[in-house]
Design a protein around this ligand. Structure first.
Ligand code: GCO
Length: 462
C-alpha cells in the first residue's frame, strides 16, 4: 500500500551550468561560474562546465532515457547568459531557439517541465556591477523571467524563480567558496535581501505575462537538531541558524518580514538596504515551495574547525555550531538522516500553512561508484539513501504534508560546483571522456518506486 496519492509526480532534477556544456556556443555570455572556475584554486582540478554532460547536444537522448525509467517530470534550469549575454535587455535569439528545441523535445517525450529561471549562472556583466549585492540585479532578474514566460509560458506551467538563494548569497558573497567568490558580510546581507526582492518582483512580472502559470522558489532547508536544547547558548545559536537557512526567505514571502533575531543581529547593515515598500514586494503569492533536502544539521559542542567569518567561517555570528554529526555520511561528508524528510515537510506545513503546495525539488546522495567489469553500476548506498528518504517522505504525505512531487538530484552525474566532477550525484553514470550514460542500480530502483507509486511493500523482497 502506497502513502503517495495517485497524482503524486516523480521527477529528476539538473541545472544548466552543471550539465549543458556548450558555454561558447550560440552567443552565450560569460557567467560568474565560468569566471570563478577559471580562477586557480577555486574548483577541484580547476574543472569547469565548458563540456559537462554535453546535454546541449544530447538532450533528446537524455529525455529518451528518462522516459525509459518512467520519469514523469523534469526540473531543469535556464541559463540566463544564453538569453541576455550581458544581463541587460540585449537579446540573443539563438539562446531562445535552443531552449525552444529542448522544450519541444522534452514535451515530445511526454515529460512535464518544471523550470528554474536562475540556478546560479549569473551573467558576469551583472557581477561586474556588484551582482546580487547590487539592488538593480533584482530588477534585471524580473525582466529576464518575464521574457522567459513570454517565450515558454504556453508550454511550462510550473516555474521556480530562484534555486537556493541562501547558497548563492552566503557561499557566493560571505565565505566565497562559490561564485562570484566574494568575502564580504555587507554584500552577503545585501544579496540575502535582494534575492528576496527578486523573487517578489519576478513572481509578479511572470504572472503579469501569463496569469495561468504557477510560481515558486527552491530553498535548501534542513532540520537543526540541538544537542542540548536546555543550553541557552546552543538554543540561541540553533535559532539563529534556523532563521539563517530556513526562515529568512519563507518569512519574507509569507509574512513580509525577516526573522527578528537576524534583523537584530544585522542591525543597520540590513536596515539601510530595505527601502520603503520593499517588504510589500518581498511578500508575494507563492504557489509552490521547493524543498532541497539532503541531511539534518547538528548544533552542539564546538569543533576545532569552527571559525568566525573573519577567519573564513560561514556564519555571521559566534561559531559554536556543528557538533560531531552521526555517521554514516555520504561522499560529501553529509550525515544520512532520512527521518529528516519526514519531519521537514511537516514542519513547513505547521509553521507556514499559507504555503499550499510543497515539492521536494532536490534529494540525493554523492557516491563514487562507476561501472563494474560487467558494465553495471552497483550503487547500493544510493539505493538505500533514496528508498529510505522516499519512504520517510511518504509517511509525511500520509500525515498531511502537502507535498505533490519528488525530484531526485540528480538525473546525471554532473559538475558539482567547487567540487568539480569529483562528486557524483547522478542516478545515471556519466563517463565524462566518452559521454556514455549508464543507468545505475539506483535508477532502476527509482524506476520501480515510480512504477509502484512508492508502494514499498511491493519493493521489499519477500
Ligand atoms: C544545490 C544545488 C545543486 C547541487 C546539489 C548537490 O543544492 O547546491 O541546487 O546544484 O549540485 O544540491 O550539492
Amino acid at each position: 500500500m502506497s502513502n503517495f496519492p495517485e497524482d503524486f509526480r516523480w521527477g529528476a532534477a539538473t541545472a544548466s551550468y552543471q550539465i549543458e556544456g556548450g558555454t561558447e556556443l550560440d552567443g552565450r555570455g560569460v557567467s560568474i561560474w565560468d569566471t570563478f572556475a577559471a580562477t586557480p584554486g577555486n574548483v577541484v582540478n580547476q574543472e569547469n562546465g565548458s563540456v559537462a554532460c554535453d546535454h546541449y547536444h544530447r538532450y533528446a537522448d537524455d529525455f529518451k532515457l528518462m522516459t525509459e525509467l518512467g520519469i514523469q517530470t523534469y526540473r531543469f534550469s535556464f541559463a540566463w547568459p544564453r538569453f541576455f549575454p550581458t544581463g541587460d535587455s540585449v537579446r540573443e535569439q539563438r539562446g531562445f531557439d535552443f531552449y525552444d528545441r529542448l522544450l519541444d523535445s522534452m514535451l515530445e517525450h511526454g515529460i512535464e517541465p518544471m523550470a528554474t529561471a536562475y540556478h546560479w549562472d549569473l551573467p558576469q556583466a551583472l557581477q561586474d556591477k556588484g551582482g546580487w549585492a547590487n539592488r538593480d540585479t533584482a530588477y534585471r532578474l524580473s525582466d529576464y523571467t518575464a521574457a522567459l514566460v513570454e517565450a515558454y509560458g504556453d508550454r511550462i506551467s510550473n516555474w521556480l524563480t530562484l534555486n537556493e538563494p541562501w547558497c548563492f548569497s552566503w557561499l557566493g558573497y560571505a565565505n566565497g567558496v562559490h561564485a562570484p567568490g566574494v568575502k564580504n558580510l555587507d554584500h552577503a546581507i545585501a544579496a540575502a535581501h535582494h534575492t528576496s526582492l527578486a523573487h517578489g518582483l519576478a513572481s509578479r512580472a511572470m504572472k503579469a505575462v501569463n496569469g495561468n502559470i504557477r510560481t515558486g522558489i527552491a530553498l535548501n532547508m534542513t532540520n537543526y537538531r540541538i544537542e542540548d536544547p536546555n543550553d541557552p547558548d546552543l538554543a540561541e545559536l540553533g535559532g539563529l541558524l534556523d532563521s539563517h537557512i530556513n526562515r529568512w526567505w519563507l518569512d519574507g514571502i509569507v509574512h513580509g518580514a525577516y526573522p527578528q533575531n537576524l534583523v537584530d543581529l544585522y542591525g543597520d547593515k540590513l536596515q539601510k538596504l530595505v527601502l520603503p515598500g520593499d517588504m510589500d514586494i518581498v511578500k508575494v503569492q507563492t504557489d509552490v515551495v521547493g524543498i532541497n533536502y539532503y541531511s539534518d544539521s547538528f548544533v552542539g559542542l564546538p569543533k576545532p574547525t569552527d571559525k568566525p567569518m573573519s577567519e573564513g567561517g560561514l556564519f555571521p555570528f559566534p561559531q559554536r555550531s556543528n557538533g560531531e554529526t552521526p555517521a554514516p555520511h555520504t561522499d560529501m561528508g553529509w550525515p544520512i538522516t532520512p527521518e529528516g524528510l519526514h519531519d521537514l515537510p511537516l514542519r513547513i506545513a505547521r509553521d507556514w500553512p499559507e504555503i499550499k503546495e510543497l515539492a521536494v525539488t532536490e534529494n540525493g546522495a554523492a557516491y563514487p561508484e562507476g561501472p563494474d567489469e560487467n558494465g553495471e553500476v552497483v550503487d547500493n548506498r544510493r539505493v538505500e539513501y533514496l528508498t529510505s528518504h522516499i519512504e520517510a517522505l511518504g509517511r509525511a504525505v500520509a500525515e498531511g504534508a502537502p507535498v505533490k512531487s519528488y525530484y531526485a538530484w540528480s538525473f546525471l552525474d554532473n559538475y558539482e560546483w567547487a567540487e568539480g566532477y569529483a562528486k557524483r550525484f547522478g542516478i545515471v553514470h556519466v563517463d565524462f571522456e566518452t559521454q556514455v550514460r549508464t543507468p545505475k542500480d539506483s535508477a532502476k530502483a527509482y524506476a520501480s518506486i515510480i512504477a509502484t507509486q512508492g508502494d514499498f511493500s511491493s519493493l521489499i523482497k519477500s
